[in-house]
Design a protein. Structure first.
Length: 95
């Protein structure tokens, strides 16, 4: 199966990355890790994707998770639940 999904994490805003992991506003690093684990588990159960596609998507999920956690740690907010620097979540649509 050929996926038609942009696996470049730099193409997404932090809000979009959080939406891809189904994170709610004011998420914590633990929320990111839990969501990452859930997504990878779902991916492993998907038998329609080939090994290479699953590997690439797993790498993408790892990368966006790390990117979100680093963003939280670099935030000026001292709260333990920074999320996306107070940005409002919205539905991500294409085109």
């Amino acid at each position: 199966m050929n996926i038609n999904f942009n696996l470049n994490p730099d193409s997404y805003s932090f809000v979009e990355l959080a939406n891809l992991l189904s994170l709610k506003k004011n998420y914590t690093d633990k929320d990111v890790i839990k969501s990452k684990q859930n997504r990878i588990k779902q991916l492993e159960q998907n038998k329609t994707l080939g090994f290479e596609e699953r590997r690439n998507i797993t790498f993408f999920i790892d990368t966006i998770s790390e990117k979100l956690i680093i963003n939280m740690k670099n935030s000026d907010d001292d709260s333990s639940a920074v999320g996306t620097n107070g940005l409002q979540y919205g539905v991500v649509t294409s085109g």
